[in-house]
Design a protein around this ligand. Structure first.
Ligand code: HEC
Length: 122
């Protein structure tokens, strides 16, 4: 985890989207930003589709679903099912690996709440 990543994201992504610096930092130190962007439309390495869905797309997809936060927190911790991709064809990664080695449940819950509210913040 280099300090460089934190600085780069702090300077660009955080300001461009008016995002909460603390959440961006948590996402960065937890390794999420290796596979995710906040803004849709960004590409992954070599201009290919990004590995994971942009978090604003996630917010749009689950908007209005009552138990989304709970379900997504569980997915973040335990990983997603490669045989049942929710983002098949839209991202280059088939599944998300479990993140519970990198983040605890409380922090994962906080991040998910923040992700789901991203589109409300304009
Ligand atoms: C190694 C790459 C990778 C890392 C690291 C990663 N993700 Fe993901 N993430 C993915 C992929 C790939 C998907 C799409 C899964 C699918 O199609 O169901 C995804 C999907 C998601 C979703 C939507 C799940 C759904 O069911 O629609 C959320 C929310 C999410 N990630 C949050 C996070 C958070 C928070 C972290 C850090 C703690 C994180 N991700 C770390 C690759 C990653």
């Amino acid at each position: 985890m280099g300090g460089v990543w934190v600085m780069v994201l702090g300077a660009s992504a955080a300001h461009a989207a008016g995002n909460d610096d603390a959440m961006v930092k948590l996402a960065t130190t937890s390794g999420c930003m290796t596979c995710h962007h906040i803004e849709p439309g960004a590409t992954g390495p070599n201009g290919l589709a990004p590995i994971g869905p942009a978090w604003k797309d996630v917010a749009a997809k689950y908007k209005g679903q009552k138990d989304a936060a709970k379900q997504l927190t569980a997915t973040v911790l335990a990983g997603s099912n490669p045989y049942e991709s929710h983002w098949k064809g839209k991202v280059s990664g088939l599944a998300m690996p479990p993140n519970k080695v990198a983040i605890n449940e409380a922090d994962a819950g906080k991040l998910v709440q923040w992700i789901l509210a991203l589109n409300d913040k304009k």
